[in-house]
Ligand binder design. Structure first.
Ligand code: SAM
Ligand code: SF4
Ligand code: SF4
Length: 337
């Protein structure tokens, strides 16, 4: 069953946040000043169980979702993650992937692969310890993440690396990151710093645009654009002119891609969000914990999707009252990017 939203977009991807907790405090996501010792994370009983995640994913697949991505918070903090992936792998989805900060990946890569995971995206913002520690709130050096990436590749997982670039903090890491990962055959994607959530003090001046990144990288490694792999691919692709490797840009600030946004997002507490920048979620946990049937829940999700009008990034910066600057947006650590 495939339904279209108000801008004619189908539901093709489901991103499932399995926890709102994280062992990092990235400055652009969960800054320590806000997510410190006293921050109230969700109590265990509020978070969806592995059974509930399996059931809701099955319902989304019945509605047309083909790509399932696990995210968080830091999903590897959940001990039952291999069980969750095993449940997803029994569904009729084409692709099961995971986004992680990679710090715990070296010890879990094999079990995740065995459970049926296909691909992993590891977030890493620098190859230098000092800079990386500044980015992640002093929580991890670089080597454990590089070990995680190696372990994932060895376990047979496809690996991509995401790097958020924040002006004045890690721009100097761009060229070394590009060089390192192209030599190792992993696609690096540069992510523009976004105004997600309410905690990171986002300011357009802190964004390093795709064009600035292209110029910076192009001075060292000439690049050529490549056609997308499929319609609606989020990253725009470039090949290195010398034929060694490829990189991507996820430019939601300077080149919004809302018109092809086919993603639904499920928060750790079971709320359905139809946009990364949504101020309101639709509670599915109550439905899961009631005596409603899968069909009833599917009808509800379909109604939400059919009414969907979101295109926040396209409207960002327009003198528009559609993006209420005072609206309380969902935090990235709740729905996971
Ligand atoms: N903890 C995992 C990780 O870091 O990969 C998964 C969750 S994290 C919220 C998902 C992705 O969102 C990461 O690649 C992270 O770099 C990205 N992200 C978080 N805050 C962001 C922001 N303000 N702008 C752009 N990307 C952001
Ligand atoms: Fe944690 Fe990922 Fe957010 Fe960093 S980006 S604080 S690793 S959830
Ligand atoms: Fe999709 Fe919202 Fe991002 Fe636009 S801003 S691409 S609608 S999640």
């Amino acid at each position: 069953m495939t339904s279209k939203d108000q801008h004619n977009r189908i539901l093709r991807d489901l991103r499932i946040s399995v926890t709102d907790r994280c062992n990092f405090r990235c400055r652009y996501c969960m800054p320590e000043e806000i997510f410190g010792k006293d921050y109230a994370f969700l109590p265990k009983e509020s978070v969806l169980t592995e059974e509930e995640i399996g059931r809701i994913a099955k319902i989304f697949v019945s509605l047309g979702a083909k790509k399932l991505r696990i995210t968080g918070g830091e999903p590897l903090l959940r001990k039952d993650l291999p069980n969750i992936i095993e449940r997803l792998s029994t569904l009729d989805a084409e692709d099961i992937s995971l986004t992680t900060n990679g710090s715990l990946l070296s010890r879990m890569a094999v079990s995740l692969r065995q459970a049926g995971l296909h691909r992993v995206t590891v977030s890493l913002d620098s190859l230098e310890d000092d800079m990386f520690l500044q980015m992640n709130g002093g929580r991890s050096r670089v080597q454990p993440v590089l070990d995680g990436i190696d372990a994932a590749a060895e376990a047979g997982l496809q690996v991509k690396v995401n790097m958020v670039v924040q002006k004045g903090f890690n721009e100097d890491a761009v060229v070394p990151m590009v060089d390192y990962f192209r030599q190792r055959g992993h696609i690096l994607r540069m992510v523009e710093y976004m105004d997600v959530g309410n905690s990171n003090g986002w300011n357009r001046e802190h964004v390093v645009s795709k064009q600035e990144l292209l110029d910076r990288i192009g001075e060292h490694f000439p690049l050529q654009p490549v056609a997308p792999n499929y319609d609606g691919e989020v990253a725009t692709r470039y090949q290195f002119a010398d034929g060694i490797g490829e990189i991507g840009f996820i430019s939601s600030v300077t080149e919004a891609f809302c018109s092809s946004c086919t993603r639904a997002r499920l928060s750790a507490e079971g709320k359905l969000y139809t946009c990364l920048f949504a101020t309101k979620g639709h509670d599915l946990r109550d439905w899961l914990r009631s005596d409603r049937s899968d069909e009833q829940i599917a009808d509800y999700i379909q109604a939400v999707w059919t009414n969907r009008k979101d295109q926040y990034s396209l409207e960002r910066g327009l003198a528009s009252d559609k993006n209420d600057p005072n609206g309380h947006k969902v935090e990235m650590s709740h729905i996971g990017g």
